[in-house]
Design a binder for this molecule. Structure first.
Ligand SMILES: *Cc1c(COP(=O)(O)O)cnc(C)c1O
Length: 428
């Protein structure tokens, strides 16, 4: 497979942008080698600038649950473009997207649209602090909430991959108000609240972690977070930027039946254009300016193009209800990967919730960052490249979940399993 054009373009990019990219997760740092430069996507496939085709399991890191260029989304975007691209003023489309979010995500009574997942989490913790009058936030090791200063402590995703426990530029003053705890450990959470009585504004977490690979919550863990927050007057902030509209229509809160006070959304909610959102209890959301006194704003927030693709995506998901089908397809992939690894005598364990899946090069289940950190990431990197050579694009890090979309066919899944079979034999 030649990627000479990719190579040339990326060589130039390295002079123009730090590391040649606009976001570190896509730089292939965790698997070695150079990133692939893409030209277009259609359905379940990506095509690089050299004309190679790949079955895509990243889906722009989550948003493309309908696959690339879904006809409904494309049509909505074309129609919106013809009406103008940004007004910085109210539009009816914002109502429509807000209505869909409120209808679909169980705990959301009011919502504010922003431009990214990072903006959503940043705003939600400001709101939690403003609402409770407390400074401290609890987060969990290996959970990623975007590049918000105070949440960039023991973060997952590229921060985990690149081993940046605490980015330079995040001040000690900022980090000191962030308490980092191990995931899936309710006792540690209870103890932290006891040590910091009446100081904790909220607990932010991924209800199914996607940013240290897919790590589901242990039975009862989310309920325990709910109970401890309620008992201590702290807000439960469920970061569903990845899981919202993914693990179930109503996200992890619907799947596990747990009701947070605030929810952050991103990725799928924009259908491939930049949107984030945060929402929750109306009595809390009412504190946001101009209804209340807590400042949060955005020139392009509620952008007419992004709301158009968001609406089209959520509406199509509502019509299709693809979740049982996604679950089935991803389970087939999971079983196929396990069997192929076994046959090649390569030790992996898998973790999956719906269409989020990770093959961990690890012995025994992964419930937290300490376990995830033990993975054989070198071997994952080799596996990744063997798959690339066979036209399969898996996440370029052990610490990112892969996603199956509506567009993946049974044939795509079968081809992927065949490719994995060969790849495991190559790397054993
Ligand atoms: C991707 C992600 C974010 C950050 O969203 P951006 O749009 O990249 O800023 C926050 N939280 C979670 C759980 C995510 O997966």
């Amino acid at each position: 497979m030649s990627r000479s054009k990719s190579h040339d373009i990326f060589a130039r990019a390295k002079h123009l942008m730090p590391g040649g990219v606009n976001s570190p997760a896509r730089a292939f740092g965790a698997v070695g080698g150079e990133p692939i430069v893409f030209e277009r996507g259609e359905g379940a496939y990506l095509y690089d600038v050299d004309g190679n085709q790949y079955i895509d399991y990243i889906g722009s890191w989550g948003p493309m649950i309908l696959g690339h260029l879904h006809p409904k989304v494309k049509e909505a975007l074309h129609a919106a473009v013809d009406q103008g691209t940004s007004f910085g003023a109210p539009t009816e489309r914002e109502n429509k997207l807000a209505e869909l979010i409120i209808e679909i995500i169980p705990s959301v009574q009011q919502v504010r649209l922003v431009n990214s997942g990072t903006e959503a989490t940043m705003s939600a913790i400001r709101l939690a602090r403003g609402f409770t009058g407390r400074d401290k936030i609890i987060k969990f090791a290996g959970n990623y909430h975007g590049h918000v200063d105070s949440l960039l402590v023991a973060a997952g995703s590229a921060a985990a991959t690149l081993g940046v426990p605490n980015s330079p530029g995040v001040t000690a003053g900022t980090a000191k108000d962030t308490i980092v705890l191990p995931y899936n450990n309710a006792d540690a959470l209870q103890e932290a609240f006891e040590r910091n009585k009446d100081q904790i504004a909220g607990v932010i977490f991924e209800p199914v972690v996607g940013n240290m690979g897919c790590v589901p919550p242990l039975p009862g863990y989310l309920q325990a977070i709910r109970e401890i927050c309620t008992n201590n007057g702290a807000l439960m902030i469920m970061d569903e930027v990845m899981t919202g509209f993914r693990v179930a229509a109503g996200g992890a809160q619907e799947l596990y039946g747990v009701t947070p006070d605030l929810t952050t959304l991103g990725k799928i909610v924009g259908g491939g254009l930049p949107i984030g959102a945060y929402g929750g209890r109306a009595d809390i959301m009412g504190h946001i300016l101009p209804a209340g006194e807590i400042f949060q704003a955005g020139t392009l927030s509620g952008n007419p193009l992004a709301t158009a693709t968001g609406i089209a995506t959520l509406q199509t998901l509502k019509e299709l209800n693809p979740y049982p089908e996604l679950d089935k397809k991803t389970q087939t992939l999971e079983k196929g990967l396990l069997k192929a690894a076994q046959q090649a005598n390569v030790g992996i364990v898998t973790a999956r919730v719906g269409s989020m899946l990770t093959p961990f090069f690890h012995e025994g289940a992964v419930h937290n960052w300490d376990a995830a950190a033990q993975c054989d990431t070198k071997r994952y990197g080799k596996f990744f490249w063997e798959l690339i050579e066979r036209g399969v694009y898996f996440p370029c890090s052990q610490y990112e979940a892969l996603f199956v979309s509506v567009a993946h066919t049974d044939d795509d899944i079968a081809k992927t399993i065949d490719a994995a079979q060969e790849a495991f034999l190559k790397i054993r």
